[in-house]
Design a protein around this ligand. Structure first.
Ligand code: PDD
Length: 259
């Protein structure tokens, strides 16, 4: 059903020094996505966690990307889900560098709302389809918006620092990223945090903007639709949150307490 109807879901996490990063959050989301698509994961949460750990060990890749995929299964009538197929892969992964951070991203906006946004389905049709437009516009990525509100990027969440000095991130119509959640936690005490609707107009006037994802961590946005965000350089809040995030990761690398 995955190939025939695009009916499947996945989750993606990475390992740091052979330790799966934020595994509990990823497992929660994987099981949540399966539930959302009415599919049953053929393992318990603990079993699946152990499988992920073993896969990392056996592959011997310290910094790996682990992809858990669950499909609608082999369907005789090519429509109704049967017993899901579970596939887990472990491959070397490239993460964003400090140079990527300093450079920041150029985004363009595009009106689109992902289907069943809270589910990490395999549907990236619009995102992949937009690639030629991105190349033509010399943009790094696209920011989706719908009915005047921004939501997320095809593979990342978005944050702004508002003119009033709060950290704001859309709450609805999005996939709840694991990196997003960690950044919200790390922002505690630094500045007021608001999970709320963010208007497209507001982002153009924001003083800082950044995106989050498993492979990109935090990356500043320097330009949206040709308009500069702040002074086009990584802002102080973005920089401090990035520092805290790297510190959290380094703590895990050094065998610190879990996530
Ligand atoms: N993308 N929104 C969407 C639609 C995503 O697919 C992702 C993840 C995110 C960020 O979530 P997280 O912080 O948990 O990675 C937000 C993965 C990395 C991908 O498709 O490659």
């Amino acid at each position: 059903l995955s190939i025939q109807r695009g009916y499947a879901l996945f989750d993606f996490l990475r390992s740091v020094n052979s330790i799966p990063l934020f595994l509990p959050g990823h497992l929660d989301r994987f099981f949540g996505s399966a539930d959302g698509l009415h599919l049953t994961v053929p393992y318990t949460r603990d079993q699946l966690g152990a499988v992920v750990q073993e896969l990392i060990q056996r592959n011997g890749i310290d910094e790996a990307g682990i992809r858990l995929m669950l499909t609608g299964g082999s369907s005789p009538d090519t429509y109704h889900p049967t017993t899901p197929n579970l596939v887990i892969t472990c491959l070397p992964v490239r993460t964003a560098t400090n140079e990527d951070f300093e450079k920041g991203l150029r985004l363009i906006t595009y009106e689109h709302q992902r289907e069943l946004p809270h589910i990490k389905s395999i549907n990236y049709l619009t995102g992949v389809w937009l690639q030629p437009l991105l190349r033509q516009q010399q943009a790094d990525d696209v920011l989706y918006h719908s009915k005047g509100l921004v939501t997320e990027l095809p593979r990342s969440n978005v944050f702004i620092v508002s003119k009033e000095g709060s950290l704001c991130t859309p709450a609805a119509g999005i996939l709840h990223g694991i990196t997003r959640k960690k950044v919200l936690e790390l922002a505690g005490g630094l500045l007021p945090v608001e999970e709320r609707a963010v208007a497209l107009e507001e982002i153009y006037n924001s003083s800082e903007m950044f995106i989050t994802s498993t492979t990109r961590r935090l990356l500043p946005v320097r330009e949206v639709d040709g308009r500069l965000i702040g002074n086009g350089k990584p802002g102080s809040v973005t920089r401090e949150l990035y520092r805290r995030f790297r510190e959290l990761e380094e703590g895990l690398r050094a065998g610190g307490p879990d996530r």
